[in-house]
Design a protein around this ligand. Structure first.
Ligand SMILES: [Zn+2]
Length: 206
């Protein structure tokens, strides 16, 4: 797995896989940028969030190579991301989860064909999964499972949008005081502090 094709590294500021998936759409210099430009980007991202192993990813790239199916899967993943972004926007605004979003997630979960497996990791047992499907759309099932985890395990009041109005990133606030405002201090926090400092400075000098 190489670098993402856009050459912009993926951001992992969401503290939750589904939010990080939504965050594969960013705004750079005021321009929207899609970090999932190709099917290969999607596979690379799934490896980076540990939803696919390196071996599984290599197998997918080697065995599939069905360009039409891959293009369709990428398109479906992007459309699913639009639905999830709308859903999370509503959650962050304290509004209910739309039924259409639940239906979209359940629809994608149908691609999750396989069975659970017990795996041993560093002397402990872990819940694993053996995918039975050889279709590209099994990747959509992984994304849907992350969305299911978001709805099933997260405290909705801690799902937040970055307070920079120009930023489109979401995160799960796991800080002790639940007082996180920014996707990251380096991306938006500092910029906001600099702007506030500049405003103060300017108002003092006038
Ligand atoms: Zn931000």
């Amino acid at each position: 797995m190489g670098e993402p094709s856009t050459q912009i590294p993926f951001l992992f500021v969401g503290n939750q896989v589904c939010l990080d998936f939504i965050n594969t759409q960013v705004v750079l210099n005021g321009r929207p940028v899609d970090l999932l430009a190709t099917f290969s980007d999607l596979v690379t991202w799934l490896v980076q969030v540990h939803l696919l192993t390196e071996e599984e990813a290599k197998k997918i790239e080697r065995q599939w190579g069905k360009q039409v199916e891959e293009a369709q899967t990428l398109e479906q993943a992007r459309a699913f991301r639009v639905t999830l972004r709308e859903m999370v926007k509503r959650i962050a605004a304290g509004r209910p989860v739309p039924q259409a979003a639940i239906e979209a997630i359940n629809g994608m979960l149908r691609y999750r064909i396989g069975y659970p497996q017990l795996t041993r990791r560093r002397g402990k047992f872990d819940r694993g999964y053996q995918a039975e499907s050889q279709e590209a759309n099994q990747l959509l099932g992984l994304l849907a499972e992350a969305a299911m985890d978001l709805l099933g395990t997260c405290d909705f009041s801690l799902i937040k949008k970055c307070q920079n109005p120009l930023c489109v990133l979401f995160f799960y606030d796991t800080t002790k005081n639940h007082a996180r405002h920014w996707c990251s201090m380096t991306i938006c926090g500092n910029r906001s502090k600099v702007a506030a400092h500049y405003r103060r400075h300017r108002s003092q000098s006038t």
